[in-house]
Design a protein. Sequence first.
Length: 219
Amino acid sequence: MKVADPPPAARSIGERIKQARKAQGLSQADLARRLGVSQPAVANWESGVHDPRRLMLAALAEALETPLDWLSAGDRSAAESDKHAAAAYIRRPLRHVPLISMRAAGLFARDPEADPHAMAEDYIPVTAGSTKLFAVFLNDPAVNLAFLPDTLVVVDYQDRAPDDGDYCLAYVNERPLLRRWRAAPPRFDPHTSETGYEAIPYNAAMIVIGCVRFSIRLH
């Protein structure tokens, strides 16, 4: 008896194995004997502890008289999904980040709880873990080796403690400025192919607004 039109409730590979096994009237031990594996192996597949490999999936499809493409199309277990190189990225939620002016970004120097949504000129969708984000367009020749003109940079204004080498947005000499933070000695460095830009020594009057999380070049 083949499994026909499997219900959508069986979403994971493990759930589909279990559903097909029951449809055949087999116990976990019965299926294990057909496959030449242990009963705990079948139990682990069905509970999502780990997924069977491709060759075993083919053997399962044959033993359970069910389509291989249906079995293999099930959602992978959490443990298996986490092994994929993109797993961490895929788990991050999609956020609509407000795009604000550089002048508006300066307000966060004094009020880190300011609402960037109230200043938004537009939004850009990004995947990120932080909820305290805003984006600004950057046109600054002092950092042209890192950011081309009209690059959109996304700033995490919850992170005000840059590590050495991080790019950060800071309030320097009464204006927001994006530079590379250097810890020894504390300073804001340019990163440019042009002359005339020097490191700015850090002092207590300067305020880090946030660290750059990533940048987007729009064409």
